[in-house]
Design a protein around this ligand. Structure first.
Ligand SMILES: Cc1cc2nc3c(=O)[nH]c(=O)nc-3n(C[C@H](O)[C@H](O)[C@H](O)COP(=O)(O)OP(=O)(O)OC[C@H]3O[C@@H](n4cnc5c(N)ncnc54)[C@H](O)[C@@H]3O)c2cc1C
Length: 260
């Protein structure tokens, strides 16, 4: 589910300079998004004890923008169908592959199948990409805030930023319970600040994401201002949005994707 936090009066609304003149909602082709395609699992990589990345070959994939998601469908032999939304973790490229990172939800039908049964060579169906609203084309400063598997669409943005050598500012604040549960831990660089809520490496404080994490980033004020992307559970999305607004981020420049 994707949404804007709210609207500001017209006088405060962001008027993008020409260089950033990309509409907030990026069009998604209805035709592309409505066609189911077969995807073959080609690789499974463990990220944390509860999360793994599944690389899928989708030869006719039309491409996506960082932040977009897809619909995934599993069909059992008896015809029972389960479908769920998943964010695309990989940056756009022309490899004919995309990557998803799934948390193993206890008792979960779809994530349970991926984590306990799926093997390279198995096929699923996908359609997408979906939702232009949470997409970041790489054209404006991006302040990314995620928790748990909410970091997945944000990682696509980080990877895109690196792969294209973009110089537009990008920062990631990511919350995890413990260092062991921090998805993509090995990939983060200077753009990322991890926040740990249960246990942390020595010398790193333990606690919830707070004004002290968000306010210094807002204070950097890059040209054109930040576009904020928040992703995680309902509770986390509310908390992070409040921190952003309190630190001065305009509400109409906060994009939220809720996994809960
Ligand atoms: C736009 C969008 C993008 C998403 N992207 C991702 C992603 O990149 N990675 C990812 O792992 N998930 C993602 N999700 C969540 C995903 O769609 C599923 O909800 C999740 O995988 C659980 O599905 P399931 O079939 O395994 O569990 P279900 O069989 O649907 O649920 C089993 C039990 O778990 C509870 N439950 C369901 N979902 C969650 C959850 N997320 N956290 C805790 N408890 C839950 C249910 O209430 C139920 O009791 C996304 C959701 C949305 C809306």
């Amino acid at each position: 589910m994707t949404e804007a936090l709210g609207r500001t009066p017209a006088s405060e609304a962001f008027t993008p300079p020409t260089r950033f003149a990309v509409p907030g909602r990026i069009p998604v082709s209805d035709r592309v998004a409505s066609v189911w395609q077969t995807a073959t699992i080609t690789e499974i990589r463990r990220e944390t004890p509860h999360a793994a990345t599944f690389r899928l070959a989708v030869p006719a994939w039309a491409g996506h923008l960082p932040g977009q998601h897809l619909m995934l469908r599993l069909t059992a032999e008896d015809g029972y169908v389960a479908q769920r939304h998943y964010s695309i973790a990989s940056a756009p490229d022309d490899s004919g592959h995309i990557e998803l990172t799934l948390d193993h939800v206890e008792g979960g039908e779809v994530s349970g199948w991926f984590h306990t049964t799926a093997q390279p060579g198995d096929t699923v169906e996908v359609r997408g990409p979906l939702s232009g609203f949470f997409a970041w084309p790489g054209d404006r400063p991006a302040l990314l805030i995620g928790a748990g598997s909410g970091v997945v669409p944000l990682m696509s943005m980080v990877r895109h930023h690196r792969a294209r050598g973009l110089d537009v500012p990008l920062r990631l604040l990511v919350s995890a319970r413990t260092p062991e549960e921090l998805i993509y831990a090995r990939e983060y660089g200077a753009e990322t600040t991890p926040v740990f809520t249960r246990s942390a490496p020595e010398g790193v404080p333990v606690g919830r994401m707070a004004a002290a994490h968000v306010a210094p980033l807002l204070a950097q004020r890059p040209p054109g201002g930040w576009e904020a992307y928040v992703c995680g559970s309902n509770g986390f999305a509310e908390h992070a949005s409040r921190l952003l607004v309190a630190a001065g981020q305009p509400v109409d420049r906060i994009r939220i994707e809720r996994f809960g």
